[in-house]
Design a protein around this ligand. Structure first.
Ligand SMILES: [Zn+2]
Length: 100
């Protein structure tokens, strides 16, 4: 389980998978290591942690926003809710786990 964005490594040979290597694996169940040619399973379990972190961030930022702004202002609320969402989508490959 990953609690923060982290690069994955091949469970067989330890090859580091960079963002550009992990990004196409988002929709795959398994892949073949480009270094040792062994089969790797792609686990998405840690995406639940990313989701939980996103929800927590949303709750915190919106509670703070309500207390700071005292009135509903749509633009700051929109930015505060869209930016973490986009960031989470960008971070998805870092939360994938490679398993044997
Ligand atoms: Zn490998």
């Amino acid at each position: 389980m990953k609690f923060y964005p982290k690069q994955s490594v091949c469970p067989h040979c330890g090859t580091i998978y960079r963002y550009s290597d992990l990004n196409p694996l988002k929709w795959k169940k398994q892949t073949v290591c480009y270094h040792c040619q062994k089969t790797i399973r792609v686990s998405r379990k840690s995406l639940w942690i990313l989701f939980a972190e996103l929800v927590l961030l949303y709750v915190l930022t919106n509670v703070i926003a309500i207390n700071v702004f005292h009135a509903v202002m749509l633009l700051p609320l929109f930015i505060m809710n869209v930016v973490p969402g986009v960031a989470a989508v960008i971070l998805v490959p870092f939360y994938l786990e490679l398993k044997k």
